[in-house]
Design a protein around this ligand. Structure first.
Ligand code: SAH
Length: 391
């Protein structure tokens, strides 16, 4: 097996648990001539075994580790064993019907994402070294779950950095990709072929429950609604009126269908609009809500343009806060790992200052436990979910 040697300085980070090894962290010439995607052994500069993983000399990240056990081979059994462990963890923590079954690095399976929607599975293999194990991963899913269907949502630009094409399609016999899932006693249409990412944002499942008390009897505004999940929860929890807005016509259509599915279409209305414009206009019009909920997209994907994300979050939270009645609540999410929790709170504080409102923190948490956080890998904790009372 090909051996890769770490530079002296890098060793502690990798030995302490980080699974990534960048090209410039290895002895000069490491990986040259090695077939991309194959398994390699990684050693310290003084030749002690560190771990075994997959290599891609075309990527900035040369090796991603799969095991630190010298005796563990990377083969079909390895993936079966790992997926069983992932399922055990979800069962232990109470995420069974729908869950992120595999959350990449946080499950020791770098760049592999598998979402379980009851008896259907959606899979993403985002690096070459994991992509080539797709048949074994699919076989393991079949062995453990005997699923009704498995679908690939590899239509993700990041694959191109690995020399992979963007693609999507069936990994089992074809099936109807428009399914219905249950969450917190409600039902939602999920389109696993056309929907955003894998079709549904499972990471907010606990946070949707967290609005239960504050929305009772409330007039609620939700922006960046996607398929209306937060808004439909609000209606089911006893909101007086709910309006949800999204820029995507498709999302709004799906949200309306979800409202009908849950018998809350008399309370829950949806509009296609740009949240930045609408919130500004409604502020000018003097509209007021008991609860305003915001769940905007990442705004940026790279560290270089992080200022763009900060400006976006500040602007939207400022506009949102202005629409909250005194004593009402702002429910604010941010889904990019680039904006860490402290920075996010600073952005909220700036927005409050500019809106001339005082805020009290009710709750500040992260994604649901089926997306576990590895403390030493900051991008595994990516979601911020905040509720503040706005005076
Ligand atoms: N709250 C949703 C997820 C929201 S994802 C859930 O839990 O399921 C972010 C959404 O913001 C996407 O649906 C996207 O279409 C929408 N979006 C992006 N830019 C927007 C804008 N300027 N105005 C309104 N919606 C926008």
């Amino acid at each position: 097996m090909t051996a890769i040697y770490l530079k002296r300085k890098i060793t502690p980070r990798v030995q302490n648990g980080h699974p990534w090894i960048f090209r410039n962290e290895t002895a000069d010439g490491s990986g040259e001539g090695v077939e991309p995607g194959t398994t390699v052994d990684v050693f310290t500069y003084d030749k002690k075994f560190v771990g075994r993983g997959y290599i891609n000399p075309k990527s900035q990240i040369l090796v991603r580790l799969l095991t630190r056990d010298k005796n563990e081979q990377i083969d079909a059994e390895f993936f079966l064993r790992k997926l069983k462990k992932c399922w055990e963890y979800r069962q232990r923590t109470g995420y069974t019907e729908n869950c992120r079954l595999v959350f990449g690095e946080a499950d020791g399976l770098p760049q592999l994402i598998i979402d379980k929607f009851n008896e259907y599975f959606v899979i993403q293999t985002l690096a070459l070294g994991i992509d080539r194990w797709k048949p074994e991963i699919v076989a393991a899913l079949k062995t453990i779950f005997n699923p009704k269907g498995i679908y690939e949502r590899n239509d993700v630009p990041v694959r191109e950095l690995e020399g992979l094409t963007q693609q999507k399609g069936f990994l089992t016999d074809p099936f109807d990709t428009k399914i219905i899932i249950k969450e917190n006693g409600l039902q939602f249409h999920v389109d696993i072929d056309q929907g955003q990412k894998t079709g549904y944002f499972l990471d907010q499942q606990d946070n949707r429950k967290a609005i239960q008390h504050i929305v009772k009897g409330a007039d609620v505004l939700g922006a960046f609604t996607y398929t209306g999940t937060f808004e439909i929860h609000a209606a089911a929890y006893g909101a007086k009126s709910v309006i949800g807005i999204d820029i995507s016509e498709n999302a709004v259509e799906q949200a309306r269908r979800n409202a009908v599915l849950n018998n809350v279409d008399n309370i829950c209305k949806f509009e296609t609009a740009n949240a930045f414009d609408v919130l500004k206009q409604w502020g000018k019009d003097g509209r007021q809500y008991d609860v305003v909920m915001l769940d905007p997209p990442a705004f940026t994907k790279s560290r270089e343009t992080i200022q763009k994300a900060i400006t976006g979050y500040k602007e939207i939270n400022l506009r949102g806060m202005k629409l909250v009645k005194p004593g009402g609540f702002l429910v604010s999410s941010s889904c990019t790992s680039l904006v860490h929790p402290e920075l996010f709170m600073q952005v909220i504080d700036m927005a409050a200052k500019d809106a001339r409102r005082n805020i009290r923190q009710v709750l500040f948490q992260t994604q649901s436990g089926d997306h576990p956080v590895i403390r030493s890998m900051e991008n595994t904790q990516y979601l911020k979910f905040l509720i503040v009372q706005v005076q």
